[in-house]
Ligand binder design. Structure first.
Ligand SMILES: [Zn+2]
Length: 277
């Protein structure tokens, strides 16, 4: 699980004097964050902008494909390889800190002479099979959300996922085993309908004008956020969301409901897994 970096630790980042990217200004990340605009980008060539001091360095890149975790989707894992000498470091996780994406390297890979340095040209590559499985799982969960809202009017209150499996919690008092069977069949029909999945970034006011977004608790967004990223399963579901998704529901394949439980009189949990690995 990604940990939150205290501000004091972030201030220990070494500034990159030869930085070729945009200069830092408050609220504008220096590093380009490709995961939000292109979920299918697997690798990026970039310079190291900053290296966090400490036994397990966090590295800031001028451009990255790593997803830092959030919205129930775990952070990516992968590797960073230096162009000059082929030195490689395993990326155990990635995390957001002060708006930037930091890559947590495995401390065992850091030895004298092969430590990453500011200015190094590297290739950052995610563990694509794991990420793609998470993209399929995330889109499956939104499909579940869309079906439960459209057919039963039940709001989602939370969720989480691992590669290939996930759970969602709903305010769904009348959920039963019979309904869960019905939901599974409907979700599989919707996935097989080859619905397009669209990512957009909307000005805050435009996003707030969409009635469908209110149910995903968009009103909890901090007032300072000027834009809202949305993920739409065309014809089924629209949510404010920061995660990575497949481009079409056919890529998900069928799902199985593996369990459901009561978390109280009203709150119910549904667990799913991808049936096709
Ligand atoms: Zn989501």
């Amino acid at each position: 699980m990604a940990r939150t970096l205290p501000t004091a630790a972030y201030l220990r980042l070494i500034p990159m004097p030869r930085c070729t990217g945009p200069r830092y200004s408050f609220g504008v990340p220096r590093g380009q964050q490709l995961c939000y605009s292109d979920a299918y980008a697997r690798s990026a060539v970039a310079r190291i902008l900053a290296v966090e001091v400490g036994p397990a360095p966090g590295v800031l890149l001028e451009s990255t494909v790593f997803y830092p975790g959030g919205g129930g989707q775990p952070a990516d894992t992968g590797a960073i390889t230096r162009s000059a000498d082929g030195a490689a470091w395993h990326v155990r996780s990635a995390r957001k800190a002060e708006g930037e994406i930091l890559h947590d390297l495995d401390p065992d890979d850091i030895t004298a002479g092969v430590a990453p340095a500011v200015g190094d040209l590297i290739t950052a590559e995610i563990d694509w099979p794991r990420r793609h499985l998470l993209m399929r799982t995330h889109t499956a969960l939104h499909t579940l959300c869309g079906v439960v809202w459209r057919d039963y009017g039940a709001q989602v209150t939370g969720g989480n996922m691992e590669p290939g499996t996930g759970r969602m919690d709903f305010e769904f008092e009348r959920m039963s085993g019979e309904l869960v069977g019905e939901i599974e069949a409907t979700v599989n029909r919707e996935l097989a309908a080859e619905r397009e999945v669209r990512v957009s970034v909307l000005p805050r006011d435009d996003a707030f004008a969409i009635p469908d977004l209110i149910r995903t608790k968009i009103n909890l967004l901090p007032p300072g956020i000027a834009e809202v990223r949305t993920v739409e399963i065309v014809g089924l579901d629209l949510q404010a969301d920061g995660g990575t998704h497949v481009a079409n529901t056919r890529e998900v394949g069928p799902i199985r409901v593996t369990g459901y439980e009561s978390k109280g009189r009203i709150n119910k949990r549904i667990r799913i897994e991808l049936a096709a690995g």
